[in-house]
Design a protein around this ligand. Structure first.
Ligand code: PBG
Length: 328
């Protein structure tokens, strides 16, 4: 007797393995998150994100040219806002000469075909570190959505191709879509963070932007009243379907690795592209383990990226994008 099927035949050498490989990573898969700061010639390493930097506009220009030459054609912009410009209304978020608005123009001037997506939420601009306006211990939904719509219009006018609302207010996709249409910005897309969980993996990102919720009486210390409970699955489908109905062109699941079951489920249900955000904590975890010599950095990185794509990601937002592409 012999085994009826010998699956190992399809694994016996790299040529046959590459012939039957189901998931292939290319530079087209990636969206590159970038952190921008005020100043000149500034490249500050983020302590909890080794080898990832905050860049001033002049170095942002250099960076996007380098990304473009590596075949990376999409960026997702975040800005670190000085404390003195933060308030509880997102005033700086809608400043036409704000750092984000200038960053968009910088990228577009440097590499006109680079696809520019922008984060839309109030947290980097909020003196309380919340994605919305805070009042009496509550994060106000509708008042926040109105500011996010204005913010989206100002990003689009500065040249953003897509706005990416990451705030999880109810109804904001429709409000943003209407505001864009009213301004004639019909070609500006919306990538909605549709299934965004209240995750402990965002810590290093909040270090990067100095945007963590503050410890003040009557201000919630976490984002659990707007971001989703990690225990929930149906809620992710509901959020995603609602965002598509409201006008989202692309939906997103965030974080990545711990939520790949959700990615597959959404990918099976929806007919718009699905993005996955491999977040800062996922990046930090691997960097830390590799630094200790406990994990093989490049091998684990590639395995994680393949897993995200295999789960159903059409787009991967990842701090590893450049490292991955250099290895391909
Ligand atoms: C802002 C925002 C966050 C991230 C993306 N947009 C942080 C948060 O919601 O607290 C996290 C990204 C990461 O951890 O890499 N709303």
């Amino acid at each position: 007797m012999f085994p009826l099927r010998r699956n190992r035949r399809l694994r016996s050498n790299e040529s046959i393995r590459s012939l039957v490989r189901e998931t292939i990573i290319t530079p087209n898969d990636f969206l590159v998150p970038l952190f921008v700061v005020e100043g000149k010639n500034i490249k500050e390493e983020i302590p909890s994100m080794p080898n990832y930097f905050r860049l001033s506009l002049d170095l942002l220009e250099k960076e996007v040219k380098e990304l473009w030459n590596l075949g990376l054609k999409s960026v997702l912009l975040f800005v670190k806002v000085p404390d003195k410009l933060k308030d509880n209304k997102g005033t700086e978020a809608v400043n036409v000469n704000g750092l984000m608005q200038r960053a968009i123009k910088t990228v577009k001037n440097a590499v006109p075909d680079m696809l520019v997506m922008t984060d839309v939420a109030l947290d980097p601009y909020s003196s309380y570190g919340h994605d919305g306006i805070v009042e009496n211990g509550q994060i106000l939904n509708d008042e926040t959505s109105a500011v996010l719509a204005q913010m989206s219009v100002s990003h689009a006018l500065a040249g953003a191709n897509f706005v990416a609302p990451s705030d999880m207010m109810d109804g904001r996709i429709l409000e943003i879509r209407e505001a864009l249409e009213d301004e004639g910005l019909i070609n500006t897309g919306i990538m909605s963070y549709s299934a965004k969980y209240a995750s402990a993996f965002y810590g290093p990102f909040r270090d990067a932007l100095d945007s963590a919720p503050v410890n003040i009486k009557n201000v919630p210390k976490d984002k659990k009243t707007y971001q989703m409970d990690p225990a929930n699955r149906f809620e992710a489908l509901r959020e995603t379907e609602m965002d598509i109905d409201e006008g989202a062109d692309i939906v997103m699941v965030k974080p990545g690795l711990c939520y790949l079951d959700i990615v597959r489920e959404i990918k099976n249900e929806v007919e718009v592209p699905v993005a996955v955000y491999q977040v800062s904590g996922e990046y930090a975890m691997l960097k830390a383990a590799a630094e200790k010599g406990w994990l093989d950095h490049d091998a684990v990185m590639m395995e994680q990226i393949i897993a995200i794509k295999r789960a159903g990601a059409d787009i991967i937002a990842s701090y590893f994008a450049k490292d991955v592409v250099k290895l391909l």
